[in-house]
Design a protein around this ligand. Structure first.
Ligand SMILES: *[C@@H]1O[C@H](CO)[C@@H](O)[C@H](O)[C@H]1NC(C)=O
Length: 342
């Protein structure tokens, strides 16, 4: 049953990738700006120059084009505002320098009207994970692979993110973002590699995502409203997680999150809501959560609501152990769980 649902998801992917590719305007091929597809020559400046030209272009739909091949890039900011709507179309792979520690690797910000279609983002997180696994401390912070910040009217279509050092994709401070047909892959053992993280954003739709990673498949932070997650598959991973909320003394809540038609296979959780014990003081809230049509196989906690989250103190020194106001978290729909064999 699960595999049939996944198959349907995969078929939808191809159609929408083709549709996105057909809508290109004036093209700014990064090879014309000096990039070489050898995976070794630093293409950061070429990519930045192609973006700068496209962003200034008076034409609608100016398109930065990354052809097939591997392009090594370190930190790149695709910053607006731009003159018109811009597109970044990627047929090839962007590869991070090994051990990149720049905080954020690829950032799209201050844009009104952006489409990113296709492409593989390879964060090469393995050296950071190995450092963390060794447990000797002193590891670099690592980098989020793809961040979309303070932008409106954004479509991220058919993007593949592999082996991010930390989060794969972050949507922060945005209004109106659609992430469709994303594929996210990192090992089950990779730490803090959340698939798609949304915070301080409204009207975000995540549809057709296939996520296999080491932490939450989708995580939802403070200030998120009107988030739709549909037709996603998750596993391995920690499921869909709202929170933790209420960590800061003043914090916005989470309102209207619908997760529908989701397949969870071998995940730690299905849906988790976690709030720190003091959330009631900080004004944080969670309301209007709908979780429907989930299919789960070998999931440890199908639905878990933790109102006393406090990970590092063993219960000691946790701020104000009071119940957080998540009573309005409406759960509905069906989930079918087959019991674990042990
Ligand atoms: C949440 O959904 C309700 C019901 O549809 C709507 O009235 C409310 O405005 C939504 N909240 C936000 C912050 O948009």
């Amino acid at each position: 049953m699960a595999s049939r649902v996944v198959l349907v998801l995969l078929c939808c992917m191809h159609l929408s990738v083709l549709a996105a590719a057909a809508a290109a305007g004036a093209e700014y091929n990064i090879q014309r700006f000096g990039a070489r597809a050898d995976g070794r020559t630093d293409a950061t400046q070429a990519l930045a120059a192609a973006w700068s030209a496209a962003c200034r272009s008076p034409e609608q739909g100016a398109n930065v084009y990354v052809p097939n091949g591997e392009f090594l890039v370190s930190h790149v900011a695709f910053a607006g505002p731009c003159v018109g709507r811009t597109t970044v179309q990627i047929d090839g792979t962007l590869v991070a320098p090994s051990g990149f520690t720049g905080g954020e690797w690829i950032v799209f910000k201050h844009l009104d009207g952006l489409t990113v279609s296709g492409g593989t983002f390879d964060g090469r997180g393995d050296s950071l994970w190995a450092c963390k696994a060794a447990g000797n401390g002193g590891c670099p912070d690592g980098a989020t692979s793809v961040t979309v910040r303070n932008s409106r009217d954004v479509v991220i279509s058919g993007v593949k993110s592999v082996n991010s050092e930390l989060y794969h994709v972050v949507i922060d401070g945005c209004d109106g973002v659609t992430v469709q047909d994303a594929r996210i892959i990192a090992p089950e053992s990779s730490p803090n590699t959340d698939g798609i993280h949304v915070q301080s954003s409204s009207s975000v739709t995540i549809t057709g995502a296939s996520i296999q990673t080491g932490d939450d498949c989708i995580s939802v932070g403070p200030g998120t409203s009107n988030l739709r997650v549909q037709h996603v598959s998750c596993g391995p991973g920690h499921g869909v997680s709202i929170g933790s909320l209420g960590k800061e003394s003043e914090e916005r809540g989470v309102e209207n999150v619908t997760v529908s038609v989701a397949v969870f296979v071998g995940t730690e959780n299905g849906l988790r809501i976690k709030t720190w014990g003091r959330a009631v003081r900080s004004g944080a809230y969670v309301r209007g959560v709908v979780f429907e049509h989930a299919l789960m196989r070998d999931v440890r906690n199908p639905i878990i609501i933790d109102q006393n989250y406090c990970p590092n103190h063993g219960g000691q020194g946790c701020p104000h152990q009071v119940r957080a106001p998540v009573g309005a978290a409406d759960q509905s729909g069906t989930s079918s769980c087959s019991p674990r064999s042990n």
